[in-house]
Design a protein around this ligand. Sequence first.
Ligand code: GAP
Length: 444
Amino acid sequence: MEKIVSLCKRRGFIFQSSEIYGGLNGLWDYGPLGVELKRNLKNYWWRVVVHERDDVVGMDGSILMNRAVWKASGHEDTFSDPMVDCRVCKTRLRADQVIEKKGVRQCPNCGSKDLTESRPFNLMFKTYVGATEDESSLTYLRPETAQSIFVQFKNVLEVSRKKLPFGIAQIGKAFRNEINPRNFTFRSREFEQMELEYFCRTDEGMKWLDYWLKERLKFYENIGLPRERLHAREVPEDERAFYSKANYDIEYDFPFGRQELEGVAYRTDYDLLQHQKASGKSLEYFDEETKQRFISHVVEPSAGVDRTVLAVICNAYAEDQAPDEKGKMETRVLLRLHPRMAPIKCGIFPLLKNNEQLVAKAKEIVTLLRPHMTVFYDESGAIGRRYRRQDEIGTPFGITVDFETLGEKDRALLNTVTLRDRDSMKQERVSIEDLPGILAARID
Ligand code: GAP
């Protein structure tokens, strides 16, 4: 992890938030490359979950909502972790982090046995809406995006004119005042979720749960996470919410252990029913065929953007041996990112920066490819160094314009370039006009 955290900072993927002021625990900023990677992930999720389907529509809800939402959903009363304070070193711990030796509880930080009883600590951040700061203006930063989907269920159903089964998808920020943020961005206090609420008939919940589990596993494979590092854990009844009929966690083997990427949960009719009761507004579905009204059941695949970005980076990090300028083997650090996820798809290099024709040709290729993909033009330093810089940030393809491109050695090679593959380092000669087609096919 140390190497990965260092690469993320060095190359502009992820920085500590407010770093120049000493940071703020559990909060992170994405730099120029991180933001591209994150966007690629969110766009791909949106594409397969919303655009490529007839049965899902999207929405974008507000982060602040009426406090009544959080009362009805149960978050105000129960969205908490049990917490213990050490009276000696003043560390606040999650109850499950306290160590127990011979039946005596001890602080893992200082070893003291002087600990408070465990008590619930609500994870929602409080805030006030408007000028007065009292109970009447209190609300919370949302701890999940799902609730705005439930409370807008009726509006979305009416405008989209969907029939069951159908889903509402949302990507957005969520906030949790985690007691112990840790493992880099894995457990943060501000993060993004990609959530789908898939509404269905009462008797079809288990069928759609299995369907979405398979779809979601396929998604992770399609962004480059190997199936053998992904696990579908069936959550046992005593770990599930009381209203959940079945639940899977999709887990990934991170360097710090096997941890959750996404929950795929069958939440029955609990959420819509709660909001119907609390708001007094009908959230029923009217079945035109049977003329029946009922509350839809829901299956919820809920994924973390930041955790998935971290899994993608951890999975891609590699070191191998590659020859330097003089042919001597050296260690090469690279990110074997799936081309779909790579922040920059293609590096473009004139062999020499002081040759006008080479530079002009390389810039022509930049203009040719830029409408289709993110590219990076680099003319500085030895060509091997330029390749290494791109390898380290996961750029899957490199194009070099050399004297053969200018037709100097062999007229047949005029307007051809070398196309280098990041992982195998193999080079092939392709014609410039074929580049957009070849690259588009390999990226997607
Ligand atoms: N609406 C259901 C829900 O929010 P969750 O299991 O609490 O379920 C869903 O969260 C996903 O959100 C998790 O699988 C994880 O990927 C992400 N997530 C949750 N808490 C997080 C945190 N503190 N930091 C980063 N990601 C988090």
